[in-house]
Design a binder for this molecule. Structure first.
Ligand code: PBG
Length: 323
């Protein structure tokens, strides 16, 4: 049956009708807010390339997390920015490190808020790579120990979920084994399974001071043109014990979210990364797009493609708009 019997416009005529047939709805439950934590007290330092995003000290982070919970967002993901860096990222698994203290403080103040931690060495190494550098190369197997130790320190601090973002082979298995050995079998792993060597991480690296001091991340993060390989990465991480998988960045990789949704029966997360956020903010600031609508449309499209969880710097403003 086609036109004139069928008229697709009939169900678009009013907002009531559109609401009734709407297939995808963004909810607060979908959102995870990334937060950057730095040393000091009373710090709330704006990140120039990410309007609305701040670097927070532990005390201001706790206040922020109260507000996050008040607007109904279920989870935050924390990134630590230490005062000092060295070749092996000693700060990453320090029991009294900035992110470990942040996790403890947030869980003490807001026990119901889900605290996810990013597990990576790049914020803690002076060379800015995500693993241990050996002979000019990022050494996979020696990095695993450091990553597992980092995840363990986050679990000890009270993290509910650890999220390895380094892209070393075997990190999920190494982390799972270590967590289980130390009786943290209930701490979940959200693996950044399909993480691409993307141009869209620029503003994050300003915020986290994690730009590689030599070379780039293409020997460990994925090559953007590769989709089959991404599915393989995701399956491998599931075999290694990941509880949920992430695709990152989000909007240029929606095809992968859709494929993963069709082929894999696990929760999927998408990271709407710093560059994706910054582009929308910059265009909106110039009055070139309606920022609020564009942000909503972007996040809805990520959900429509198949994401259960959306990590976005816009989580708070979007949650507030959801009414
Ligand atoms: C750490 C990490 C990065 C991001 C999340 N975890 C940076 C990178 O890989 O260079 C990027 C997040 C963003 O751009 O918003 N490895």
């Amino acid at each position: 049956m086609s036109y004139p019997i069928t008229r697709m416009r009939r169900l678009r005529r009013s907002e009531a009708l559109r609401r009734m047939v709407r297939e995808t709805r963004l909810s607060r439950d979908d959102l995870v807010l990334p937060l950057f934590v730095v040393e000091g007290r009373g710090v709330r330092e704006p990140v120039a390339s990410m309007p609305g995003v701040h670097r927070l000290s532990v005390d201001t982070l706790v206040t922020e997390c109260k507000e996050v919970r008040d607007v109904g967002i279920p989870a935050v993901i924390l990134f630590g920015i230490p005062a000092e860096k060295d070749a092996i990222g000693t700060g990453a698994d320090h029991g009294e490190g900035v992110v470990q203290r942040a996790v403890e403080a947030v869980k003490a103040a807001e026990p119901e808020l889900c605290v996810i931690t990013d597990v990576c060495l790049c914020e803690y190494t002076d060379h800015g790579h995500c693993g241990i550098v050996d002979g000019g190369d990022v050494a996979n197997d020696t990095s695993l120990e450091r990553l597992a130790a980092t995840a363990l320190s986050h679990a000890r601090a009270g993290a509910d979920v650890v999220a390895p973002s380094d892209m070393m082979d075997g990190r999920v298995a190494a982390i799972r084994r270590t967590l289980d050995d130390f009786a943290f079998q209930d701490v979940a792993i959200l693996s950044y399974a399909a993480k691409f060597a993307s141009a869209f991480y620029g503003p994050f690296r300003d915020a986290a001071e994690s730009t590689p001091q030599f070379g780039d991340r293409r020997s460990y993060q994925m090559d953007p043109p590769n989709a089959r390989e991404a599915l393989r990465e995701m399956r491998l991480d599931l075999e290694e014990g990941a509880d949920a998988l992430m695709v990152k960045p989000a909007i240029h990789y929606l095809d992968l979210l859709a494929r993963a949704r069709a082929e894999l029966d696990v929760p999927l997360a998408a990271y709407h990364v710093s560059g994706e956020y910054a582009m929308l903010k910059a265009a909106a600031e110039r009055g070139w797009i309606d920022g609020e609508r564009a942000m909503h449309e972007t996040l809805v499209s990520i959900k429509r493609a198949g994401a259960d969880l959306i990590l976005t710097y816009a989580a708070r403003e979007v949650a507030a708009q959801l009414g």
